[in-house]
Design a protein around this ligand. Structure first.
Ligand code: DAH
Length: 343
């Protein structure tokens, strides 16, 4: 069709009306609209721009303005349809306002061993003990010899101990420490009495793994050295601890025992109520303790005629298992979220 400025004007006004009357809802309608009006090849407006050079020179400027404004009417129709379309998909597919809110983002919690350790150390901290640490890789002297273990003691055997370096059999063997007692030795070598400390940490043994034994576990060691310290101080301290940890009504038994590094030695048991048990429960060993052996004091250069002291050592896993009713020690090391999130 041949165009004059006049026919062009009426075409533009028809198209403007058509555009404003169009409602673009479906995505396919939006695309059809784009092709019909603004398509690079067959778009109506694109086509009309080609008319301009055929018009008399004096009409071309006005024709250009008309077509530019028609094009921006079409373009803004398209833009607002696209915008509405995006919002439509946002609301319909990504946010469902009728769903209940998500209450719990993942929130961490403390491991039951950490909880038990913290409880134990807090009790001793309140009784005036400081906290010491020692290495988990030890040598024979700190782990055994200085603690008055005889050369043929079974704990020095491959059966119980994870040796890293067999070395020569006397003093230079390197091992994973089998207990926290070597921290007593390290602290006494490094400082001068009085001492009043606990030493929490990991220990390792070459154990057969079962529901109640694992190759690694935790202990808390205690050491008090001063002038005039007696067994009455020891008993009072560990009874106070037991009442604070297990409750005032706990039933306790303190009975003689043996450890190479204490003399005399005693162990503390607590009564574990078990309704199904024929005796209504059973005694559970909680800690070993005693008066520090004079040979240990001599090994670290402390005069046993002047200073006396006591020591104790307890496991952490068993009290934690009792407290939280955990039936198998292995669950403490498996890092299963379903288990851990209960604490
Ligand atoms: N070290 C001992 C163990 O692992 C526990 C122990 C007993 C520690 C008596 C002590 C103590 O300090 O006096 O079996």
């Amino acid at each position: 069709m041949e165009h004059t400025l006049h026919t062009l004007k009426s075409t533009v006004s028809d198209l403007t009306q058509e555009i404003s009357a169009t409602s673009l809802l479906a995505t396919s309608e939006v695309e059809e609209f784009r092709i019909r009006f603004l398509g690079q090849k067959r778009g109506v407006i694109t086509h009309l721009f080609k008319v301009i050079p055929t018009l008399p020179k004096e009409d071309r400027r006005e024709a250009g303005q008309l077509l530019n404004s028609l094009r921006s009417v079409a373009q803004s129709k398209l833009d607002s349809a696209n915008l509405a379309g995006n919002q439509l998909t946002d609301h319909s597919s990504q946010i469902d306002l009728t769903l209940p809110g998500r209450q719990n983002q993942w929130r961490g919690s403390l491991h039951p061993i950490t909880l038990a350790l913290t409880k134990i150390t807090n009790i001793f901290y309140r009784m005036g003990f400081t906290i010491a640490e020692g290495p988990e890789i030890e040598d024979d002297w700190h782990n055994f010899t200085a603690l008055n273990f005889p050369d043929d003691h079974p704990a020095r055997d491959m059966q119980d101990t994870l040796f890293i370096d067999e070395g020569n059999p006397d003093q230079s063997r390197i091992m994973m420490r089998t207990h926290t007692s070597p921290v007593q030795i390290r602290m006494m070598v490094a400082g001068d009495p009085p001492f009043r400390l606990i030493a929490p940490g990991r220990v390792y043994r070459n154990e057969t793994i079962t529901y109640k034994s694992y190759c690694l576990f935790h202990q808390v060691e205690g050491l008090v050295i001063d002038e005039g310290v007696t067994m009455a101080d020891l008993k009072t301290t560990i009874y106070s601890f037991a009442h604070a940890f297990f409750g005032k009504n706990v039933k306790l038994r303190y009975r003689p025992s043996f450890f190479p590094f204490t003399e005399p030695s005693a162990e503390l048991d607590i009564w574990w109520e078990l309704p199904d048990h024929p005796d209504g429960g059973r005694w559970m060993e909680v800690l070993g303790s005693g008066m520090v052996h004079p040979n240990v004091l001599k090994a670290v250069g402390i005069d046993p005629e002047r200073y006396t002291g006591y020591a104790f050592g307890m496991g952490v896993e068993r009290p934690a298992m009792l407290h939280y009713d955990i039936k198998d020690i292995r669950t403490l090391y498996e890092n299963d979220i379903r288990f851990l999130s209960q604490f």
